[in-house]
Ligand binder design. Sequence first.
Ligand code: NCD
Length: 310
Amino acid sequence: MKRHLISAADLSRDDALLILDTADELARISDRSIKKLPTLRGRTVVNLFFEDSTRTRISFEAAAKRLSADVINFSAKGSSVSKGESLKDTALTLEAMGADAVVIRHGASGAPHRLAGWVRGSVVNAGDGTHEHPTQALLDAFTMRRRLGSLEGRRVTIVGDILHSRVARSNVLLLSTLGAEVTLVAPPTLLPVSVGSWPCEVSYDLDSMLPKSDVVMMLRVQRERMNAAFFPTEREYSRRYGLDRDRAAKLDDGVIVMHPGPMNRGMEIAAEVADSPRSTIVEQVANGVTTRMAVLYLLLGGADLGGEDQ
Ligand code: NCD
């Protein structure tokens, strides 16, 4: 494995499978009453969040703590970043504190890549602008594997605001590495120009794709990144691209519905679909912790996991 995890493309098929298998093992250990492992004792993990986050930040914190690492949480609000301190100076401060891993979320695509040039520890991308979010793709793949078995040949349909989604790009890259067939479904205005070079198919018609899907992954319409009108009205968007009750009712029994959160209930996904048994939304959050534990463990080369209580 490479020293940093910045893009899902950094992972070979063997790397990705090693992370997923390690996460499986960690999930088994996490079922015990004492969840904490001593593997990263004495190591420091810094969570550097320049953009809002609920799930990802808490999940990385829980993951590092369960491996007994020391965790420093930094959020841009209330720090010297609001006084205009640059990413580089922030990085040098972290370096002086001896961070073994820096988990970074930043509004600018490419920020984790820059950071990797300034610090000695491993850099983990927790979402950079509209670029990538590789640990989300890993936890999604982990969730799919748990529900459906091997991903080889599985048909995954990713629906919605692809243009602004770092989750979509990372998922397309990782899922193709793992042998799944991905189709993106969105209105033409919400697809990036470069999508033709991605390892996936594209469709504008949700209803024609649903019968051909094993997994339907809905994405949030990211209004905070929109500076223009990308669709006529929310109602119109929802009617054509929303997973409502009627559409969900037509899905085959084993088909799972995913969403990385946060959801716009009633817009891209109906509340009752999000809460239905085929939805994996809550599992995705739980699986996020074990998957991120696996990533930190493998990047930092922690001590033996040990199947027995320690
Ligand atoms: C996503 C993100 O921040 O990229 N959420 C997440 O990490 N779970 C998707 C989103 O914001 O819609």
